[in-house]
Design a protein around this ligand. Structure first.
Ligand code: ATP
Length: 233
């Protein structure tokens, strides 16, 4: 049996909002394998980002099992959760979240420095440069985010997410702010990196065409996750 990167069993998430309890994620049983790209579509407010937060250890499930790399997250304290994240998880956001006063290279290097604070600075810079080269931005190391196009900023975001060599990349609407053509090339790059590095990707998207390119498609509806028919290619 292949070891899963992430799996949940009968996982629920309840949150309190204005004094009333909300059942956000409902009995979710799910697994993602090494190198597998899984897309999640579903209406706004259905719970897609909440699922990503739970899998990334950023939100604690109310009950059920959440395991990353075979470790049950329920038993971890905050420090152990942070270790689990830096060893396994990369996150790619819709709004890039780059630090405006730092160059492309510094943004990528910072992520590595935070994740592995005992790495020598030469190695941090070498790995950050290699990650920027992987996303085709070797010539833009010294540029500030404001001097980069949206597509280029997202590629810096991607370099920052993969520089720690995560086994699972959680991507929340990563192309939501890009035009169609730029989005398509950003996704081509994401898929190529996933294949090359045997990195699993959980891709949240509103774009059905994009979702269809995944190995497996899921749909979130009112907190329930269901598998969709296999994509016919
Ligand atoms: N911290 C919180 N406290 C209370 N309710 C929350 C909290 N975070 C999310 N919710 C609620 O949980 C539900 C699911 O939100 P979530 O962001 O996961 O949906 P989504 O499917 O990602 O939506 P979108 O596509 O609009 O980003 C929503 O009803 C939202 O209002």
């Amino acid at each position: 049996m292949i070891d899963t990167i992430a799996r949940t069993r009968d996982m629920n998430l309840h949150l309190n909002s204005g004094g009333s309890a909300l059942h956000i994620l409902k009995s979710i049983t799910f697994a993602i394998n090494p190198g597998e790209v899984v897309s999640v579509v579903g209406p706004s407010g259905s719970g897609k980002t909440s699922l990503l937060m739970v899998l990334g250890g950023l939100e604690k499930a109310s009950d059920g099992v959440v395991a990353i790399g075979g470790t049950n997250l329920a038993g971890l304290d905050e420090d152990q959760l942070a270790d689990m994240r830096r060893q396994n998880i990369g996150i790619l956001f819709q709004n890039f979240h780059l630090i405006p006063s730092m160059t492309a290279l510094e943004n990528v290097a910072l992520a590595l420095e935070i994740a592995f604070d005992d790495l020598p600075v030469e190695e941090i810079m070498a790995r950050a440069k290699a990650a920027l080269a992987e996303v085709g931005l070797a010539q833009r190391e010294t540029h500030l985010p404001s001097a980069l196009s949206g597509g280029e900023q997202q590629r810096v975001g991607l370099a920052r997410a993969i520089v720690t060599r995560p086994r699972l990349l959680l991507a929340d609407e990563p192309t939501g702010n890009l035009d169609q053509e730029t989005a398509a090339s950003a996704i081509d790059l994401l898929f190529a990196l996933a294949r090359r590095n045997n990195m699993a990707v959980l891709l949240i998207t509103h774009d059905n065409n994009l979702a269809k390119r995944a190995d497996r498609r899921m749909r979130m509806n009112r907190g329930e996750l269901q598998e969709l028919e296999a994509t016919v290619s």
